[in-house]
Design a protein around this ligand. Structure first.
Ligand SMILES: [Zn+2]
Ligand SMILES: [Zn+2]
Length: 336
C-alpha cells in the first residue's frame, strides 16, 4: 500500500510502499478513503510526545471501510463504513476505564502517535475505537468531525448550558467554525468572537446571532452586557485572549479550554470567587461520542469546511495547515 511516513522526529513526510498490515486480536483493517490533517499531527512529525514508534504513519481523523476483521471482534462487519479519531481505543483495565471514564484511559491508543494512523491506503484499528459513519455523510466530511467536530460538539453538549443561554465561541477557524454551527443548532444564543470586521458575515452564515470583533470591541464587556456567557468555548491557541474573557462569564459560567496556547492562562481569583465561575479543560470524546457527533451533524446540517488533496501531497497539505492558510480543514484522499 501507499503510505506517508515520518522516519524520525523532525524528518520530512515521505511517500513509501508498505506491506498491507494484518489485523490482530480485537482489531480490524480499514481501507482509508479520507484522513484529516490536524495541528496535532505535529506531535508525530516533530516528536513532541515520548515513545513514538518511528517510522510512523501520522493521521487520527480517518474515514473509510472495514475490509478485514481480526479474531475476537464482535459486532463489526467487512464493508461497514467507519471512522477512527483521536480516541483509537481504550484498555478496559486501568482505573479510569474501570470507572467508565474511557476518554481518560491511561493506556489510550492514539492513531498516528501510538501506532500507525490514516495517512495511508489502509490502517489497523482497535474495534473499541471504531465509529459508524452515517450514509448521508461523505468520508471527506466525516474525517474532520472525528477530531475538531467531536471536541467542540461534546464540549458544548456537556457544558451545562441550556437552550436560549448565551454561549460564546472564541475563534472561527478549524475548531471554531464547527463550534459556532453546533452552538447555534443546539439552540444557544450564539456569540462568535473573531478578529476583524470581515469575519462578521462568515460568522453569521455559520449561525452566530452576535458577532464580536476582538480588534475593535472588548469581548468580555460586550458579553457582560448580554448578561454574561453561560459557556465560553475557547478554541484559539491564545492564552491571553482566553484569560481576558473570564469577566465575560455569567454567574456559574464556564470557560472551556480546547485550544492549546503556549503561555499559561492567567486569571484573577476575584473574577472566579464571587460569581462561582470555573475554568475547565475538555478532552475530545470517545468513539460513541464521535458517533453522536456524526449523527447530529447529519440531523442539523452541520458540515466542516474542507479542502481536499490527494494522499501524496500530504507535506503540502500539512504545511498549508501549519501556516494557517488552509480553508479550515485539510483532508487527504486516497481515491478509494
Ligand atoms: Zn485532530
Ligand atoms: Zn484504560
Amino acid at each position: 500500500m501507499r503510505a506517508i511516513q515520518v522516519a524520525r522526529a523532525g524528518a520530512p513526510f515521505e511517500l513509501v510502499q508498505r506491506a498491507l498490515p494484518q489485523p490482530g486480536y480485537g482489531e480490524v483493517r480499514v481501507k482509508v478513503q479520507a484522513c484529516g490533517v490536524c495541528h496535532s499531527d505535529s506531535i508525530a512529525k516533530e516528536g513532541l510526545f515520548p515513545g513514538i514508534p518511528y517510522p510512523i504513519i501520522p493521521g487520527h481523523e480517518v474515514a473509510g471501510v472495514i475490509d478485514q476483521i481480526g479474531d475476537g471482534v464482535v459486532g463489526w462487519s467487512v464493508g461497514t463504513r467507519v471512522g477512527v479519531g483521536w480516541f483509537g481505543g481504550n484498555c478496559g483495565r486501568c482505573e479510569p476505564c474501570r470507572r467508565g471514564d474511557l476518554i481518560d484511559c491511561q493506556n489510550i491508543r492514539i492513531p498516528g502517535i501510538n501506532f500507525d494512523g490514516g495517512y495511508a491506503e489502509a490502517m489497523i484499528a482497535q474495534a473499541s475505537g471504531l465509529v459508524r459513519i452515517p450514509d448521508d455523510l461523505a468520508s471527506e466530511e466525516a474525517a474532520p468531525l472525528l477530531c475538531a467536530g467531536v471536541t467542540t460538539y461534546n464540549a458544548l453538549r456537556n457544558s451545562g448550558a441550556r437552550a436560549g443561554d448565551v454561549v460564546a465561541i472564541l475563534g472561527l477557524s478549524g475548531l471554531g467554525h464547527l463550534g459556532v454551527q453546533f452552538a447555534a443548532k443546539m439552540g444557544f444564543r450564539t456569540v462568535a468572537i473573531g478578529r476583524g470586521a470581515d469575519k462578521e458575515s462568515f460568522a453569521r452564515q455559520l449561525g452566530a446571532h452576535v458577532y464580536l470583533d476582538g480588534e475593535k470591541q472588548n469581548p468580555a464587556a460586550e458579553l457582560a452586557k448580554l448578561g454574561g456567557a453561560k459557556t465560553i468555548l475557547a478554541t484559539v491557541p491564545n492564552s491571553k485572549a482566553m484569560s481576558e474573557l473570564v469577566p465575560g462569564l455569567s454567574v456559574r459560567g464556564k470557560l472551556i479550554v480546547i485550544g492549546v496556547g503556549a503561555e499559561p492562562i492567567q486569571v484573577s481569583a476575584v473574577d472566579l470567587i464571587a460569581t462561582n465561575r470555573t475554568i475547565h479543560g475538555h478532552a475530545s470524546g470517545t468513539s460513541i461520542d464521535s458517533e453522536d457527533t456524526l449523527k447530529f451533524s447529519v440531523l442539523a446540517a452541520v458540515r466542516p469546511m474542507t479542502e481536499t488533496m490527494p494522499l501524496e501531497r500530504a507535506a503540502e497539505a500539512y504545511e498549508k495547515m501549519m501556516a494557517a492558510k488552509a480553508r479550515f480543514r485539510m483532508v487527504l484522499t486516497t481515491g478509494a
